[in-house]
Design a protein around this ligand. Structure first.
Ligand SMILES: *Cc1c(COP(=O)(O)O)cnc(C)c1O
Length: 399
Protein backbone atom coordinates (compact mmCIF):
# COMPACT_ATOMS: atom_id res chain seq x y z
CA UNK A 1 0.00 0.00 0.00
CA UNK A 2 1.49 3.35 -0.95
CA UNK A 3 1.02 6.46 1.06
CA UNK A 4 -1.90 7.69 -1.04
CA UNK A 5 -3.98 4.52 -0.85
CA UNK A 6 -3.15 4.25 2.85
CA UNK A 7 -4.49 7.76 3.48
CA UNK A 8 -7.55 7.08 1.33
CA UNK A 9 -8.27 3.91 3.31
CA UNK A 10 -7.92 5.85 6.55
CA UNK A 11 -10.31 8.60 5.54
CA UNK A 12 -12.90 6.50 3.68
CA UNK A 13 -15.10 5.60 6.67
CA UNK A 14 -15.02 9.21 7.85
CA UNK A 15 -16.13 10.45 4.46
CA UNK A 16 -18.89 7.88 4.27
CA UNK A 17 -20.19 8.85 7.70
CA UNK A 18 -20.15 12.56 6.94
CA UNK A 19 -22.03 11.98 3.71
CA UNK A 20 -24.75 10.07 5.49
CA UNK A 21 -24.94 12.77 8.17
CA UNK A 22 -25.55 15.27 5.46
CA UNK A 23 -28.25 13.27 3.76
CA UNK A 24 -30.16 12.41 6.92
CA UNK A 25 -29.39 15.34 9.20
CA UNK A 26 -31.86 15.26 12.03
CA UNK A 27 -33.34 11.92 11.07
CA UNK A 28 -33.21 8.84 13.24
CA UNK A 29 -32.36 6.83 10.10
CA UNK A 30 -28.83 8.15 10.50
CA UNK A 31 -28.27 5.93 13.53
CA UNK A 32 -27.90 2.19 13.26
CA UNK A 33 -28.45 1.79 16.98
CA UNK A 34 -28.90 4.73 19.28
CA UNK A 35 -26.89 4.49 22.47
CA UNK A 36 -29.08 4.28 25.56
CA UNK A 37 -27.39 7.40 26.94
CA UNK A 38 -27.81 9.69 23.95
CA UNK A 39 -30.32 12.46 24.49
CA UNK A 40 -33.26 12.23 22.12
CA UNK A 41 -36.05 14.37 20.68
CA UNK A 42 -39.60 13.05 20.63
CA UNK A 43 -41.93 14.11 17.83
CA UNK A 44 -45.63 13.55 18.50
CA UNK A 45 -47.31 13.07 15.14
CA UNK A 46 -50.90 13.12 16.41
CA UNK A 47 -50.26 16.41 18.22
CA UNK A 48 -48.72 18.01 15.13
CA UNK A 49 -51.76 17.07 13.06
CA UNK A 50 -54.17 18.19 15.76
CA UNK A 51 -52.44 21.57 15.97
CA UNK A 52 -52.57 22.07 12.20
CA UNK A 53 -56.27 21.20 12.22
CA UNK A 54 -56.90 23.51 15.18
CA UNK A 55 -55.18 26.47 13.51
CA UNK A 56 -57.04 25.87 10.25
CA UNK A 57 -60.30 25.63 12.20
CA UNK A 58 -59.78 28.88 14.09
CA UNK A 59 -58.52 30.71 10.99
CA UNK A 60 -61.18 29.21 8.74
CA UNK A 61 -58.38 28.82 6.17
CA UNK A 62 -55.80 26.17 5.27
CA UNK A 63 -52.29 26.23 6.72
CA UNK A 64 -49.05 26.78 4.85
CA UNK A 65 -46.92 24.92 7.40
CA UNK A 66 -43.59 26.62 8.14
CA UNK A 67 -41.10 23.84 8.87
CA UNK A 68 -37.92 25.89 8.46
CA UNK A 69 -34.68 25.45 10.42
CA UNK A 70 -34.90 21.70 10.73
CA UNK A 71 -38.61 21.82 11.35
CA UNK A 72 -38.15 23.91 14.53
CA UNK A 73 -36.10 21.04 15.94
CA UNK A 74 -38.48 18.24 14.89
CA UNK A 75 -36.41 17.39 11.82
CA UNK A 76 -37.69 18.99 8.64
CA UNK A 77 -38.60 15.68 7.00
CA UNK A 78 -40.28 14.35 10.17
CA UNK A 79 -42.39 17.49 10.40
CA UNK A 80 -43.46 17.44 6.76
CA UNK A 81 -44.11 13.70 6.64
CA UNK A 82 -46.26 13.99 9.75
CA UNK A 83 -48.24 16.93 8.37
CA UNK A 84 -48.58 16.04 4.71
CA UNK A 85 -51.64 13.77 5.12
CA UNK A 86 -53.48 16.49 7.06
CA UNK A 87 -56.27 18.06 4.99
CA UNK A 88 -55.66 21.29 6.93
CA UNK A 89 -52.19 21.61 5.40
CA UNK A 90 -51.96 23.20 1.96
CA UNK A 91 -48.17 22.94 1.71
CA UNK A 92 -44.84 23.75 3.35
CA UNK A 93 -42.50 26.73 3.66
CA UNK A 94 -38.77 26.60 4.45
CA UNK A 95 -35.92 29.12 4.33
CA UNK A 96 -33.07 26.94 3.03
CA UNK A 97 -32.90 25.43 -0.45
CA UNK A 98 -31.30 22.27 0.96
CA UNK A 99 -34.27 21.68 3.25
CA UNK A 100 -36.70 22.11 0.37
CA UNK A 101 -34.71 19.61 -1.68
CA UNK A 102 -34.61 17.15 1.23
CA UNK A 103 -38.40 17.31 1.42
CA UNK A 104 -38.77 16.49 -2.28
CA UNK A 105 -36.07 13.78 -2.07
CA UNK A 106 -37.96 12.16 0.80
CA UNK A 107 -41.24 12.08 -1.09
CA UNK A 108 -43.11 15.20 0.00
CA UNK A 109 -45.68 15.97 -2.72
CA UNK A 110 -47.53 19.07 -1.50
CA UNK A 111 -46.43 22.57 -2.62
CA UNK A 112 -43.16 23.81 -1.14
CA UNK A 113 -42.36 27.52 -0.88
CA UNK A 114 -38.73 28.55 -0.48
CA UNK A 115 -38.74 31.83 1.52
CA UNK A 116 -35.08 32.60 0.79
CA UNK A 117 -32.91 34.83 -1.35
CA UNK A 118 -31.82 32.95 -4.47
CA UNK A 119 -29.41 33.41 -7.36
CA UNK A 120 -29.78 32.03 -10.88
CA UNK A 121 -28.29 28.63 -9.95
CA UNK A 122 -30.53 28.29 -6.90
CA UNK A 123 -33.53 29.22 -9.02
CA UNK A 124 -32.73 26.52 -11.57
CA UNK A 125 -32.28 23.90 -8.87
CA UNK A 126 -35.45 24.98 -7.06
CA UNK A 127 -37.80 25.00 -10.04
CA UNK A 128 -36.32 21.74 -11.37
CA UNK A 129 -37.39 20.11 -8.08
CA UNK A 130 -40.83 21.75 -8.21
CA UNK A 131 -39.99 24.15 -5.38
CA UNK A 132 -41.62 27.59 -5.58
CA UNK A 133 -39.34 30.58 -5.19
CA UNK A 134 -40.31 33.69 -3.26
CA UNK A 135 -39.78 36.65 -5.63
CA UNK A 136 -39.41 40.34 -4.82
CA UNK A 137 -36.87 41.66 -7.35
CA UNK A 138 -37.20 42.09 -11.13
CA UNK A 139 -36.13 38.59 -12.15
CA UNK A 140 -38.87 38.16 -14.77
CA UNK A 141 -36.40 37.47 -17.59
CA UNK A 142 -34.73 34.73 -15.57
CA UNK A 143 -38.12 33.17 -14.78
CA UNK A 144 -39.07 33.28 -18.48
CA UNK A 145 -35.81 31.49 -19.34
CA UNK A 146 -36.49 28.76 -16.77
CA UNK A 147 -40.06 28.43 -18.06
CA UNK A 148 -38.74 28.00 -21.62
CA UNK A 149 -36.30 25.35 -20.40
CA UNK A 150 -38.98 23.39 -18.51
CA UNK A 151 -41.74 24.01 -21.02
CA UNK A 152 -44.20 25.33 -18.41
CA UNK A 153 -44.80 28.51 -16.42
CA UNK A 154 -42.93 28.81 -13.10
CA UNK A 155 -45.19 29.14 -10.04
CA UNK A 156 -43.91 31.82 -7.65
CA UNK A 157 -44.98 33.70 -4.54
CA UNK A 158 -44.42 37.45 -4.57
CA UNK A 159 -43.21 38.88 -1.27
CA UNK A 160 -44.33 42.42 -0.40
CA UNK A 161 -42.69 44.47 2.36
CA UNK A 162 -45.42 46.37 4.17
CA UNK A 163 -43.09 47.56 6.92
CA UNK A 164 -40.94 44.80 8.38
CA UNK A 165 -37.99 45.96 6.30
CA UNK A 166 -36.25 42.62 5.84
CA UNK A 167 -37.09 41.32 2.39
CA UNK A 168 -39.94 41.93 -0.03
CA UNK A 169 -40.62 44.59 -2.62
CA UNK A 170 -41.57 47.84 -0.81
CA UNK A 171 -45.36 48.07 -0.91
CA UNK A 172 -45.33 51.35 -2.86
CA UNK A 173 -43.29 49.78 -5.65
CA UNK A 174 -45.02 46.42 -5.54
CA UNK A 175 -47.79 47.10 -8.08
CA UNK A 176 -45.27 47.75 -10.88
CA UNK A 177 -43.27 44.59 -10.15
CA UNK A 178 -46.37 42.42 -9.85
CA UNK A 179 -47.83 43.79 -13.10
CA UNK A 180 -44.55 42.97 -14.86
CA UNK A 181 -44.43 39.43 -13.46
CA UNK A 182 -48.12 38.76 -14.06
CA UNK A 183 -47.76 39.83 -17.69
CA UNK A 184 -45.16 37.18 -18.49
CA UNK A 185 -45.90 33.85 -20.15
CA UNK A 186 -43.27 32.14 -18.03
CA UNK A 187 -44.68 33.21 -14.66
CA UNK A 188 -47.67 31.87 -12.72
CA UNK A 189 -48.31 33.85 -9.53
CA UNK A 190 -49.39 31.15 -7.06
CA UNK A 191 -49.29 33.38 -3.99
CA UNK A 192 -48.67 36.88 -2.66
CA UNK A 193 -47.36 37.28 0.85
CA UNK A 194 -46.20 39.68 3.54
CA UNK A 195 -44.89 39.40 7.10
CA UNK A 196 -46.27 41.30 10.09
CA UNK A 197 -43.95 43.09 12.50
CA UNK A 198 -46.07 41.64 15.35
CA UNK A 199 -46.52 45.14 16.75
CA UNK A 200 -50.20 45.20 17.63
CA UNK A 201 -50.96 48.68 16.24
CA UNK A 202 -48.61 48.66 13.27
CA UNK A 203 -49.88 45.23 12.17
CA UNK A 204 -53.18 46.95 11.41
CA UNK A 205 -51.46 49.53 9.21
CA UNK A 206 -49.54 46.74 7.45
CA UNK A 207 -52.79 44.91 6.82
CA UNK A 208 -54.31 48.07 5.30
CA UNK A 209 -51.30 48.50 2.99
CA UNK A 210 -51.45 44.89 1.82
CA UNK A 211 -55.21 44.94 1.34
CA UNK A 212 -55.05 48.25 -0.61
CA UNK A 213 -52.37 46.87 -2.93
CA UNK A 214 -53.97 43.50 -3.53
CA UNK A 215 -57.49 44.92 -3.93
CA UNK A 216 -56.25 47.34 -6.57
CA UNK A 217 -54.42 44.63 -8.52
CA UNK A 218 -57.31 42.18 -8.29
CA UNK A 219 -59.69 44.88 -9.53
CA UNK A 220 -57.37 45.25 -12.53
CA UNK A 221 -57.86 41.54 -13.25
CA UNK A 222 -54.45 40.39 -12.02
CA UNK A 223 -54.29 36.94 -10.45
CA UNK A 224 -52.30 37.09 -7.19
CA UNK A 225 -52.79 33.47 -6.17
CA UNK A 226 -53.36 32.85 -2.46
CA UNK A 227 -52.68 35.78 -0.16
CA UNK A 228 -50.96 34.88 3.12
CA UNK A 229 -49.34 36.66 6.03
CA UNK A 230 -50.32 35.36 9.47
CA UNK A 231 -47.77 33.64 11.75
CA UNK A 232 -48.72 31.88 14.99
CA UNK A 233 -48.41 35.20 16.82
CA UNK A 234 -50.79 36.89 14.38
CA UNK A 235 -53.37 34.13 14.86
CA UNK A 236 -53.42 34.89 18.58
CA UNK A 237 -53.20 38.67 18.31
CA UNK A 238 -55.72 39.41 15.59
CA UNK A 239 -59.01 38.23 14.18
CA UNK A 240 -59.30 36.66 10.77
CA UNK A 241 -58.98 39.98 8.96
CA UNK A 242 -55.25 39.14 8.89
CA UNK A 243 -55.72 35.54 7.74
CA UNK A 244 -56.37 36.33 4.02
CA UNK A 245 -56.49 33.08 1.96
CA UNK A 246 -54.28 30.92 4.15
CA UNK A 247 -52.27 31.22 7.36
CA UNK A 248 -48.54 30.59 7.73
CA UNK A 249 -47.72 29.37 11.25
CA UNK A 250 -44.65 27.50 12.43
CA UNK A 251 -44.28 27.43 16.21
CA UNK A 252 -47.98 26.80 16.81
CA UNK A 253 -47.73 23.52 14.89
CA UNK A 254 -45.44 22.31 17.67
CA UNK A 255 -48.09 23.29 20.20
CA UNK A 256 -45.74 25.86 21.68
CA UNK A 257 -47.01 29.34 22.47
CA UNK A 258 -44.72 32.06 21.08
CA UNK A 259 -45.73 34.33 23.95
CA UNK A 260 -46.34 33.04 27.48
CA UNK A 261 -49.57 35.09 27.73
CA UNK A 262 -51.23 33.23 24.85
CA UNK A 263 -51.89 29.95 26.66
CA UNK A 264 -54.34 31.72 28.97
CA UNK A 265 -56.28 33.25 26.05
CA UNK A 266 -57.71 29.80 25.20
CA UNK A 267 -58.13 31.00 21.65
CA UNK A 268 -56.42 27.94 20.24
CA UNK A 269 -56.13 24.61 22.01
CA UNK A 270 -52.60 23.43 21.18
CA UNK A 271 -50.83 20.22 22.18
CA UNK A 272 -47.06 20.11 22.74
CA UNK A 273 -45.60 17.99 19.93
CA UNK A 274 -41.93 18.15 20.95
CA UNK A 275 -40.10 16.65 23.91
CA UNK A 276 -36.44 16.23 24.84
CA UNK A 277 -35.23 13.45 27.11
CA UNK A 278 -32.03 11.79 28.27
CA UNK A 279 -31.19 8.96 30.64
CA UNK A 280 -29.46 9.66 33.94
CA UNK A 281 -25.85 8.54 33.54
CA UNK A 282 -24.60 8.65 37.10
CA UNK A 283 -25.82 9.39 40.62
CA UNK A 284 -23.68 10.19 43.63
CA UNK A 285 -23.64 11.87 46.99
CA UNK A 286 -21.70 15.05 47.72
CA UNK A 287 -20.71 15.87 51.27
CA UNK A 288 -21.26 19.43 52.50
CA UNK A 289 -18.50 21.62 51.05
CA UNK A 290 -17.80 19.41 48.04
CA UNK A 291 -18.22 20.98 44.63
CA UNK A 292 -19.43 20.16 41.13
CA UNK A 293 -18.83 21.69 37.72
CA UNK A 294 -16.13 23.83 36.14
CA UNK A 295 -14.82 26.58 38.42
CA UNK A 296 -16.62 24.82 41.26
CA UNK A 297 -19.83 26.53 40.09
CA UNK A 298 -21.79 24.56 42.71
CA UNK A 299 -20.74 23.88 46.28
CA UNK A 300 -23.00 21.62 48.39
CA UNK A 301 -24.30 23.47 51.44
CA UNK A 302 -25.14 20.16 53.08
CA UNK A 303 -24.84 16.48 52.15
CA UNK A 304 -26.85 15.95 49.00
CA UNK A 305 -27.35 13.59 46.08
CA UNK A 306 -26.72 14.81 42.56
CA UNK A 307 -27.38 13.22 39.16
CA UNK A 308 -25.36 13.64 35.98
CA UNK A 309 -27.24 13.91 32.67
CA UNK A 310 -25.18 13.34 29.50
CA UNK A 311 -26.64 16.36 27.70
CA UNK A 312 -25.30 19.88 27.30
CA UNK A 313 -25.26 23.03 25.27
CA UNK A 314 -23.71 21.24 22.28
CA UNK A 315 -27.03 19.35 22.04
CA UNK A 316 -28.99 22.59 22.16
CA UNK A 317 -29.91 22.38 25.85
CA UNK A 318 -29.32 26.00 26.93
CA UNK A 319 -26.38 26.92 29.14
CA UNK A 320 -28.70 29.21 31.04
CA UNK A 321 -30.70 26.17 32.24
CA UNK A 322 -28.35 26.28 35.23
CA UNK A 323 -29.95 29.60 36.23
CA UNK A 324 -33.30 28.30 37.42
CA UNK A 325 -34.13 25.52 34.97
CA UNK A 326 -35.71 22.29 36.18
CA UNK A 327 -35.67 18.72 34.90
CA UNK A 328 -38.38 16.11 35.53
CA UNK A 329 -37.26 12.68 36.71
CA UNK A 330 -39.75 10.03 37.88
CA UNK A 331 -42.47 12.67 38.00
CA UNK A 332 -40.62 15.19 40.15
CA UNK A 333 -38.91 18.42 39.13
CA UNK A 334 -35.28 18.86 40.20
CA UNK A 335 -33.17 22.02 39.84
CA UNK A 336 -30.29 22.20 37.39
CA UNK A 337 -27.14 23.19 39.30
CA UNK A 338 -23.53 24.23 38.63
CA UNK A 339 -23.18 25.06 34.93
CA UNK A 340 -24.33 23.35 31.76
CA UNK A 341 -21.22 22.32 29.85
CA UNK A 342 -21.00 21.06 26.27
CA UNK A 343 -22.16 17.54 27.15
CA UNK A 344 -23.06 17.49 30.85
CA UNK A 345 -25.85 18.78 33.04
CA UNK A 346 -26.07 18.26 36.81
CA UNK A 347 -29.23 18.21 38.88
CA UNK A 348 -29.66 18.27 42.64
CA UNK A 349 -31.69 15.34 43.93
CA UNK A 350 -31.66 16.13 47.65
CA UNK A 351 -31.49 13.92 50.71
CA UNK A 352 -32.35 10.50 49.38
CA UNK A 353 -31.28 8.87 46.11
CA UNK A 354 -34.77 8.69 44.53
CA UNK A 355 -33.07 8.72 41.17
CA UNK A 356 -30.83 6.04 39.71
CA UNK A 357 -28.68 5.68 36.62
CA UNK A 358 -30.82 4.76 33.61
CA UNK A 359 -33.91 6.69 34.75
CA UNK A 360 -35.38 8.94 32.08
CA UNK A 361 -34.95 12.68 32.66
CA UNK A 362 -37.30 14.98 30.78
CA UNK A 363 -35.72 18.27 29.77
CA UNK A 364 -39.03 19.43 28.35
CA UNK A 365 -42.37 17.96 27.28
CA UNK A 366 -46.02 18.92 27.46
CA UNK A 367 -46.45 18.84 31.25
CA UNK A 368 -46.85 21.99 33.31
CA UNK A 369 -43.52 22.94 34.86
CA UNK A 370 -41.48 21.22 32.17
CA UNK A 371 -42.99 22.75 29.06
CA UNK A 372 -40.68 24.38 26.46
CA UNK A 373 -42.24 27.67 27.56
CA UNK A 374 -41.08 26.95 31.15
CA UNK A 375 -37.52 26.32 29.97
CA UNK A 376 -37.61 29.50 27.90
CA UNK A 377 -38.83 31.49 30.87
CA UNK A 378 -36.22 30.03 33.22
CA UNK A 379 -33.39 30.64 30.78
CA UNK A 380 -34.46 34.06 29.52
CA UNK A 381 -34.39 32.73 25.96
CA UNK A 382 -37.30 32.50 23.56
CA UNK A 383 -38.95 29.26 22.54
CA UNK A 384 -37.55 29.95 19.05
CA UNK A 385 -33.98 29.83 20.42
CA UNK A 386 -34.75 26.66 22.32
CA UNK A 387 -36.33 24.67 19.49
CA UNK A 388 -34.28 25.92 16.55
CA UNK A 389 -30.96 25.38 18.32
CA UNK A 390 -31.60 21.71 19.10
CA UNK A 391 -28.77 19.75 17.50
CA UNK A 392 -29.75 18.13 14.20
CA UNK A 393 -27.49 15.22 15.24
CA UNK A 394 -29.79 14.10 18.06
CA UNK A 395 -31.94 11.11 17.18
CA UNK A 396 -35.61 11.90 16.63
CA UNK A 397 -38.21 9.37 17.76
CA UNK A 398 -41.73 9.67 16.48
CA UNK A 399 -44.43 8.73 18.97
C1 LIG B 1 -40.85 31.75 10.64
C2 LIG B 1 -41.83 32.41 9.75
C3 LIG B 1 -43.21 32.19 9.93
C4 LIG B 1 -43.79 31.36 11.05
O1 LIG B 1 -43.68 32.06 12.26
P1 LIG B 1 -44.13 31.42 13.67
O2 LIG B 1 -43.94 32.52 14.62
O3 LIG B 1 -43.21 30.28 13.94
O4 LIG B 1 -45.54 30.98 13.51
C5 LIG B 1 -44.07 32.78 9.02
N1 LIG B 1 -43.58 33.57 8.02
C6 LIG B 1 -42.28 33.80 7.84
C7 LIG B 1 -41.83 34.67 6.71
C8 LIG B 1 -41.36 33.23 8.69
O5 LIG B 1 -40.05 33.46 8.51
Amino acid sequence: MNRRTFLAALSAPVVARLASLDAHAGQAALHQRVSAFEPWIEVNIASLRANAAEMARVAGRPVLAVVKNNGYGLGVVNAAQALEPSPAVHGFAVVKLQEARDLRARGIKKPILLMAPIDADDLRDAVSANIMPMVYTPIGDLLDQEAARLGRPIPIHVCVDTGIGRVGVPHRQAAALIRDLAGRKGVAIDGTMMTFTEDLEFDREQRRRFAALTDELKAAGINLGRLHAASTYTLFQHGNETSFDMVRPGMGLLGIYPDARFAALKKLDLKTALAMRVRVAYVKQLAAGESAGYERAYVAKRDTWIATLPVGHADGWPRAAAKGGKVRINGRLYPVIASVSASHTLVEIGDSPDVKAGDVATLFDGQDGSRPEDVAQATGASVYDLTMHLSPLLPRRTV
